[in-house]
Design a protein around this ligand. Sequence first.
Ligand code: NAD
Ligand code: UFG
Length: 337
Amino acid sequence: MKNILVTGGLGFIGSHTVVELCDQGYNPVIVDNLSNSKIEVHDRIDRIASKSVSFEEGDLRDKAFTERVFDKFKFEGVIHFAASKAVGESVEKPLLYYENNLTSLVNILEQAKRHETSNFIFSSSCTVYGQPDRLPVDESFPKLPAESPYGNTKQIGEEIIQDFCKANSAFKAISLRYFNPVGAHESAMIGELPLGVPANLVPFITQTAAGIRSQLSIFGGDYNTPDGTCIRDYIHVVDLAKAHVLALEYSSRMNLNYDFFNVGTGKGCSVLDVIKAFESASGEKLNYKIVDRRPGDIEKIYADTNKVNQLLGWKAEKGLNEMMKSAWEWQKKLAID
Ligand code: NAD
Ligand code: UFG
C-alpha cells in the first residue's frame, strides 16, 4: 500500500482528499499543526474511511519535525495543502504568510530530495491569473502580479517547485490551480470550518441561513456581468479531492517533470446564481443586500478545463445544486454538534 504524505490533511480540502485516497487504496499520512483545523476531524475521517489513518501533529516550518516525519515513513507521493489562506489577513500580516507558506514548502522539498520522494502535488490557485483579458482562462495565460501576499505565495510556490524540478530531473511535480472549492462530504461529517466571520461566500451564506449572521452582503452589483454580480467557477470539494488522486497517478507516468492544471468546472456562476441555487437546494430564504464592491475582487473568472480533462482524465461531476445541498447539510450538522 502506497504511503502518501498529506500536509494540512485535517483542513477543508485535505480532509476530503484523505478520504478519497483511502477509497482508492492509498495509505495517507496526515501532518497538520491544527492552526486552522480541529483534532475531531481525524476521528471523523477514520469513521468515513473505516480505517485508522496515521496522523502526525506538528509544524512543517520546523525542519527537525519535517525530517522526523520523512524518516518515519517511506512516502511515494506528497500532497501539500498546508498553508495559511486568508487573503485579507495576508495583507495585514505578510511575513506570516511568506514564512508559513514558503518555509514549509522548502522544508518538504528538502526532505523529498533527501529521501528521493517524487510525485509532489501542490495546492495553487486561479488567483495566479488575476483578471484575465478573455475567458475561459487556460493554462497558457500569463500569470499576473498577485493582488495579495497570499496570492504571491502561490506564484512564488509554483516557481520554487519549477526551479526545484529543473535541478532534480527525477523529481515530478504538479501544481493544481483550484478555482472556488465549496460544498462538503455527503456524510456531512467533514466540511469547511471557517474561524470567526467567514470571508468566503458559501460559508457566509450557510451561516446566514442558520441564523449565525443576520445578513449576507453581496459585494458589488454593478459589475459588467449579466446580473451585475461577480462570476466565479465554483467546484465541489469532493470533485477537487478526486483530482488530487488522479494527479498523483498522472505524475508518476508523465513525460515532463513539472506541469500545472486548472481544476474547475468550466462554468461561471454569479453571486446571485449561487444564492438562487442555495435557496432552491435548502428551501431557505436568504436575507441579503447588495453593498459596495470589495477591494481586490476580480470581476469574472472561470476555467478552461481541457487540459485537466484530457491529461488527468478528470471532469467535475457535481453541479451547483449538490454543492449547495452538501454545504447546507454540513452547516446544519455543525449547528447540532
Ligand atoms: P485549510 O486552512 O482548511 O487547511 C489547511 C490546513 O493546513 C489546516 O488544517 C492547517 O491547520 C494546516 N496548516 C497550516 N499551516 C501549517 C503548518 N505550517 N504545518 C502544518 N500544518 C499546517 O485550507 P483549505 O481550504 O483546505 O486549503 C488547502 C490548500 O489549498 C491551501 O494551500 C490553500 O492555500 C489552497 N487553496 C485553497 C482555496 C480555497 O478556497 N479553500 C483555493 C485555492 C487554493
Ligand atoms: N462575496 C460576497 N459576499 C461575501 C463573500 C464573498 O458577495 O460575504 C463574493 C465576492 O465578492 C466574490 C464571490 O463572492 O465575487 C466569491 O468570493 P470568495 O471570497 O468566496 O472567493 P474569492 O473568489 O474571492 O477567492 C477564493 C479564495 C482564494 C482563492 C480563490 C481562487 O478565497 O483564496 O478563491 O481559488 F485563491
